[in-house]
Structures are given as C-alpha cells and as structure tokens.
Design a protein around this ligand. Sequence first.
Ligand code: ZN
Length: 385
Amino acid sequence: MKIINELQLAKELIRFPTVTPIDAGIMKFLEKKLKKLGFKTKILEFKEKGNAPVKNLYARLGNKSPNFCYAGHLDVVPAGNLRDWTVNPFKPSIKNGHLIGRGANDMKSSIAAFVSAISVFIEKNKGFNGSISLLITGDEEGVAINGTKKVVDYLKKKREKIDFCLVGEPTNPNKLGEMIKIGRRGSMNGRLTITGVQGHVAYPHRANNPSTALVRILKELKDLRFDKGTKDFQPTNLEITKININNTADNVIPGLAYASFNIRFNNMHTSNSIKKKINKILKKVCNKTKSKYKIDYSVSGEAFLTKPNSTTFMIQNIIKKVTKIKPRLSTTGGTSDARFIRKIAPCLEFGLVGKTMHKVDEAVSLTDLKKLSLIYSKVLKNYFK
Ligand SMILES: [Zn+2]
C-alpha cells in the first residue's frame, strides 16, 4: 500500500473550485483515493426543492466495531475579489512555509491530513480491530440542508453505528494544539414585526406608533439575564442585529416596525425554553401598547456538550505530546456540523489554526499540516489499541 502524502493531497483538493454547492468532481476524486485504501464508499446526493442538489460521501473501511469516524466538508466559501489575493485561490501555492489557497485551512488540508493518517495507520495495522469511516459533505458553508444533516438521517435509517466522531474543523485560535471543541452553543434568530396604526404626527391619539413597543421590547430583551454561564459554557447572549422602520416622511407615524436578533445559548436552555421567555415579553409589551406582534424564529442548532470521556483525554494527550501544548476543552465559537452528528455519536472537534479561514490568502503552515497528520495517525493507533 502506498502512503498518501498530506501536502500532495491537500493541493489536489484545493484545485477543485468547490464553492458551495459546486462539487466539481471532488467527491468522485476522494472516493477513488479511499477505494484504493480498501474503503467501501457511497456518494449520497441529496435534493430539496428550492435548494441546489449536493453530493456527500460516506466511506467505511472494515465492518467490525468500534467505528471511528472522521467528519469534514469539501465545500469552501467564495474567493471574493481575486485581485485581493496574491495567488490564484484555486491554484495551490507554497510561500514562506505555507500552503495558500481557498480551503487550505477550512478545511481541505485537515481532510488530507486524515486520509494520509489512515494510509500510515493501515500500513502497519492491517487487521485492526474496528472500522474507520469518513463522513464528508459538500454543504457546510452554505445552507446545510442537503449536507451532513441528511447524511446523518441516512446513516440512522441504515442503522450504521458510529462510536466516536472526530470533526476536523479548524479549532485552534492561534497555535496548533490550543483548543479542542467538545460542544457548541445553540443559535437562533428571531425576526420581529410590530404592527401599530399609521397616522399624522400631530394627531398621535389617532395613531399607534409601533416604535414605542419595539423599543421597549428590545430594551427588555437586551436586559434579560439568561444565566451566568457554566463550567463548560459562556453565558447565553442576545444581540440585536437589525432595527428597521421603512418611513420616508417626517410627518407620518409609521404603521410597522421591524427588528431582528440572534441568541447564542448554552445547554441550560433549549430553543423552545428561550422562545417562551421571549414570547412572554412580546405579549406583555404589546398588550400594554395595544400593538400587535409577529415573530419568526429560525433555529440553526441546539446547544450540546459531549462529556469528556477516555477518548477525549486520549486525544488531548496525543495533541499535547505532538504540539507541546495542552489543548483547552472549549465550547466557544460558531456552530458546526457536529450539531447534526452528535445525534448519532459523541463528537469532538480538532483541526488546524483558524486564523485565516474565509479570508484572502487563506493559508496553512506546512509544519502544522504535518503535525496534524501525525496527531490523527496517533489517534487511530491509540483508539484501536
Ligand atoms: Zn469549516
């Protein structure tokens, strides 16, 4: 069996311009690589009305348990203005010890590091006791409708058991080895419309200004103390993201007022318990001000935490050995596909340094890439020991 070089593979992956939801042939390419390593593979294309179809890949080596899964995405965010880049974002280049290209960081290099790690691991451990699988999506940076969420549903239906999942998203703020993510906060958006009665500013008794209710509501929302945070989580936080009244005249009391907000909440709450709290305020203020409200919520994920277990500590130890840094177990930052996978398996996230993700000249240090591949292969070795 040939050892796969992580840098070589990272470059090959970056060459595919896979801006969500474009596949550009990348799933087939990776499938072929994995087949050569002995994997059984399945490309899963999901469609839904109003959304572009997306290709995903599930591959498994072996049929014994435990099944150790690696999850990641091969789609990338758009390059933006090409003139801002010093290189072509889809022609991987090496400069000053860094590989530059869209996806170099988030997260094609991590996938390359893991595939390389598998090739190293199975070279010496042919008949290992268990299975290695990969859950690769093409819809993480986009709406995430035809991606991991549907793959998880598919795996559930097929009764495919995953015993532990390592998500390879960039988790380190500055240096490789700083941070493992063991959970994520939940995230929910609220879009609020207040309806009053339009009228002449000089005759306010004949109108009902919805801005009065809106301002009171936003003040109360912002003053809400959801919690003080926990050992594992930051305090729940609400941010007002939009306030809008479409009024073109200075002598008219508007009839409608809008606002949007986002809440990042910890595992002391669910989206439903938060909705209840907010709806109570809306009802109270609108009753008092004799206005009406309409609220649309969209939940992008509930909060979750994978209680650290022996696998967590094993991975933490390996990272410390390779990087000389003891990684913090954290739940900070945005959401990731772990929010879907944790429904079928305990998850932990560890990948590269996220400093340049989604930026121009996205880059990965060649040393980090090598170290990450080494960490992943040691994780496999220790997991199946
Ligand atoms: Zn990512």
